[in-house]
Design a protein around this ligand. Structure first.
Ligand code: CUA
Length: 311
C-alpha cells in the first residue's frame, strides 16, 4: 500500500524523529534492565529449588545482609536510576520552540486538520517540513480520541472542550502512518491518517499552493460533476474551498484528489475505491456518518471525475 513508511508500517522501534528516538531509547533501557533482573531472579529461584537446604549440608546460612542488599538496596537503586532516566526523557519531550502549528480535531471517525496561521483546512493527512518541530493543538469534536504516530512520538488524547498541546518532528522525508489509539466507537480501528514529511522547500511550495482554492472546472464533465455535488447534497456535509460548499460535518474535500487515502486511511485513494465509497461507504466502514448515494450513473461518474480533479 502506498502511504507506508517503507517496510515498517507502524513501529515505535523505528523512530524517525527526536521525540520517538527519546522514547525508543527509554524503551530499550527498560527492556534490557528488566531482562537482566528477570534472568537473575529466575536463576536464583531455580537455584533455591534445586539446591540442598544449607541447614542439612552444614554450610553457614545466608545472613540478613543478603536479603537487605538484594531485596531492598539493589531494587531501590535500579528503580531510582530508571526514574532518573525517565524524568530526563520527560524533559527532552517538552514542546520545543516551533514555527509551525497544526490543529487536529478528532471526529468519529476521521481527523480534521487546520493550519491556523495559514487559513488552510484539510483532513486525514498532515503535511510537515522535515527537520522542524511542529506544535500540535489537539481537540475532539465528539468523544475522546488519541493521536498517535508511532514513528514520530507517543500518544496524546484529544478531548472535547479541552485543548491538549503536543509536538512531533520528522527527520526524514516520507509518509508516516498515524492511528487513533483510544477506543472511540465502532470504527475506531479505521480511524487512521498519514503524516507526509517533505523537504522544507517542497513544503513551502505545498503550503503556498494550499492557500489558493482549486480553479473552477473548465471541462464539461467536471462541470457536470460539480453540479452533481450540489444537486445531490454532498455540500450539506462537505466543504470545497472556492465554491459555495462550506459545511464542516464531514472532511473538507478541497484537495481530495491529491490525498493518499479515503475514509481516514481506510482505502487507497483511486478512482475505483472513491466510486465505491461515494456509492455506499457503509459496507466499507460501517457506522460512519456518510449515507449511501443514489445518483444516476452518468452524473455519478462526472462527480467522481470532479472529486479526482480536486488537487
Ligand atoms: Cu478515534 Cu479511536
Amino acid at each position: 500500500m502506498p502511504g507506508c513508511a517503507e517496510e515498517h508500517h507502524q513501529s515505535v522501534l523505528h523512530p524517525a524523529g527526536p521525540a520517538a528516538e527519546t522514547i525508543e531509547w527509554l524503551w530499550w533501557l527498560l527492556f534490557w534492565v528488566c531482562a537482566v533482573v528477570l534472568v537473575v531472579v529466575t536463576v536464583l529461584t531455580l537455584w533455591a529449588i534445586v539446591a540442598k537446604p544449607r541447614a542439612r549440608t552444614g554450610e553457614p546460612q545466608l545472613g540478613n545482609g543478603f536479603i537487605v542488599i538484594s531485596g531492598i538496596i539493589l531494587p531501590s537503586v535500579i528503580l531510582v536510576v530508571l526514574l532518573i532516566f525517565s524524568l530526563q526523557a520527560n524533559l527532552r519531550l517538552r514542546i520545543p520552540e516551533t514555527q509551525l502549528t497544526v490543529r487536529v480535531i478528532g471526529h468519529q471517525f476521521w481527523w480534521e486538520i487546520h493550519y491556523p496561521d495559514h487559513q488552510i483546512i484539510t483532513a486525514n493527512e498532515i503535511h510537515i517540513p522535515v527537520g522542524v518541530p511542529v506544535k500540535l493543538e489537539l481537540r475532539a469534536a465528539d468523544v475522546i480520541h488519541s493521536f498517535w504516530v508511532p514513528h514520530l512520538h507517543g500518544k496524546m488524547d484529544l478531548l472535547p472542550e479541552h485543548t491538549n498541546f503536543f509536538w512531533f518532528q520528522a527527520d526524514k522525508a516520507g509518509v508516516y502512518r498515524g492511528q487513533c489509539a483510544e477506543f472511540c466507537g465502532v470504527q475506531h480501528a479505521l480511524m487512521a491518517f498519514n503524516v507526509v514529511a517533505m523537504e522544507p522547500l517542497e513544503f513551502e511550495r505545498w503550503l503556498e499552493a494550499q492557500k489558493h482554492p482549486p480553479p473552477p472546472p473548465m471541462d464539461e464533465v467536471l462541470q457536470r460533476g460539480q453540479r452533481a455535488f450540489f444537486v445531490h447534497g454532498c455540500n450539506t456535509c462537505h466543504a470545497i474551498a472556492g465554491t459555495e460548499a462550506d459545511a464542516r460535518i464531514g472532511p473538507d474535500l478541497t484537495r481530495i484528489g491529491s490525498r493518499l487515502t479515503i475514509g481516514a486511511g481506510t482505502r487507497v485513494n483511486n478512482y475505483a475505491n472513491l466510486s465505491g465509497w461515494v456509492a455506499n461507504p457503509q459496507p466499507i466502514k460501517p457506522g460512519n456518518l456518510m449515507p449511501p448515494s443514489f445518483i444516476p450513473p452518468e452524473e455519478f461518474h462526472a462527480l467522481i471525475e470532479y472529486l479526482v480533479s480536486l488537487r
